[in-house]
Design a protein around this ligand. Structure first.
Ligand SMILES: [Zn+2]
Length: 209
């Protein structure tokens, strides 16, 4: 890995609830775990993002009367897709997938912890103002290049990639180490948004190291 100390792997939301059998399953979400483990071996710097909601979170359909999962409602910060209850903090569904093997990861950053605000992105919550502190952590450690993998490509991976670009990082998304929900064309839209923003879309065999 060239510039190993300036490059990090950011692993997004590889958690039980996003795996088939979980509360908000991403199709084939489990299939990427071995590839992420192999990629992880090539990075000195690994950061893990974990969706981590309090019970009754604003993104849960069950928190809103007469609403169903996958409806979109207006919250004070803008439109919010409603989801099944998922990744409730300190539950089995919120745990990282048991086969994820990244013992050298130095930071697990939890997001979506604010009961009233969702956070697809590992950098900025959905109000687009509240930061998680991740950009500051990376910059203080001299990291300028990120490779993103994980779930779901068209939500949390995409928003993390866009925010990383906006924060000035070189950003690569490793497509074969991601899977998408693909809700109403969200996958195609995500690919386009990332390309327009200057995110490099690559495959695992293009990752140096
Ligand atoms: Zn969530």
């Amino acid at each position: 890995m060239p510039n190993a100390s300036r490059t990090a792997l950011l692993v997004i939301d590889v958690q039980n609830d996003f795996i088939p059998g979980g509360q908000l399953p991403v199709p084939e979400g489990d299939l990427i775990v071995p590839l992420i483990n192999r990629l992880g071996d090539r990075f000195k710097q690994v950061i893990i993002a974990q969706d981590w909601h309090p019970p009754g979170h604003a993104s849960f359909a069950s928190s809103h009367p007469d609403r169903e999962p996958y409806e979109v409602i207006e919250l004070p910060y803008g439109p919010q897709t409603l989801w099944p209850d998922h990744c409730v903090r300190a539950t089995a569904g919120a745990e990282l997938h048991k086969d994820l093997n990244l013992p050298h990861a130095q930071l697990i950053i939890r997001k979506g912890c604010n009961p009233d605000i969702d956070s697809y992105s590992a950098f900025l919550e959905a109000d687009r103002k509240t930061t998680t502190g991740l950009a500051g952590y990376l910059k203080e450690r001299g990291i300028d290049t990120l490779y993103l993998v994980g779930l779901a490509l068209d939500f949390c991976v995409m928003f993390s990639a866009l925010d990383a670009r906006a924060a000035g990082f070189n950003v690569f998304v490793v497509l074969d180490a991601c899977r998408a929900i693909d809700l109403d064309g969200s996958l195609a839209a995500a690919i386009e948004r990332m390309q327009v923003a200057g995110v490099d879309l690559v495959s695992a065999d293009q990752v140096p190291g």
